[in-house]
Design a protein around this ligand. Sequence first.
Ligand SMILES: [Zn+2]
Length: 326
Amino acid sequence: MSRDRSIWSKSGVSAAALAALCACSSLAARPAPYVLQPGHIDLERGPDGNTVILDTAQGLVVIDTGRSADHSALIVKQANWVRKPVIALVNTHWHLDHTTGNRDLLALWPKARLVATGAVSGALDGFLKRSREQSDAALADPKLPKAERARIERANAAMDDQAALVPAQPVTRDGPLKIGARRFDLHVANAAATEADLWLTVPDEQLAVVGDLVVAPVPFFDTGCEEGWKAALAAISAAKWKVLIPGHGAPMNRTQFGRWRTAFGAWLDCAHSQAAVKDCTDGWMKAAQGFYTDAEAPSVRLLSDYYVQQILRAPADKRMTYCRKA
Ligand SMILES: [Zn+2]
């Protein structure tokens, strides 16, 4: 299905392009195997994670739902175009740039099944609770710009609507799952990018969708645990796939994934050496070249400096906060 995959090489795929893809494919023997709706890492307005939409005989499976209203509106557009309901939402992890759109989609397709680990429950009592307090403080400022206020209110609404975030039956271990007569192989990575990440392979497409376990332009370590994350990358490497969709950034082949994994290991090694923070960031930026654009470079520098200084070099007890099983 390389014909369909060629769309992935284009950044910023528009809704029209997605619609065109499906229109073409509907004339072919089978529908488009999957569609990537790309996210972004605009730090000003907050990132959106990548969304992958898979077609099944019964309806669509949506993997991660983004943060912004624009992002979920594009998912809805896609479903309307192919005239199929969304029958399942899969969340690779609970970060709000991957889950905020859940409630928009569940409002339209309330029967859709939510597939996720139970880590979000702990997050609602911890990380998200703290970020909610910061949000409420920000909202109390009358000078808060309107667009920022709308973004914060949207995030708060997502946190308040726990039925749209917490799965009825959390995924706790690896195993196959049939949705819409299509097979998905689920994998749980404990204490990796979050307390429990979910990544999956779609055997009939040789596809891996791994959330923020692989992520451009820099590993987001806010809730990460180094050892678990490394183990997850080893498991991803051992799995069978040809195309990997990261949590943010462009799809990767196995060579690109290998290069990203090597860069990840070198960055962690540097963070735990005597090297200056700047050297670790320079090292990442060199090793990860091609995984970020020129326009993203200043954000990459900012983020890498922050994670090395504030998280990877934090005292062990703080560093190990997320190294517990959810
Ligand atoms: Zn993310």
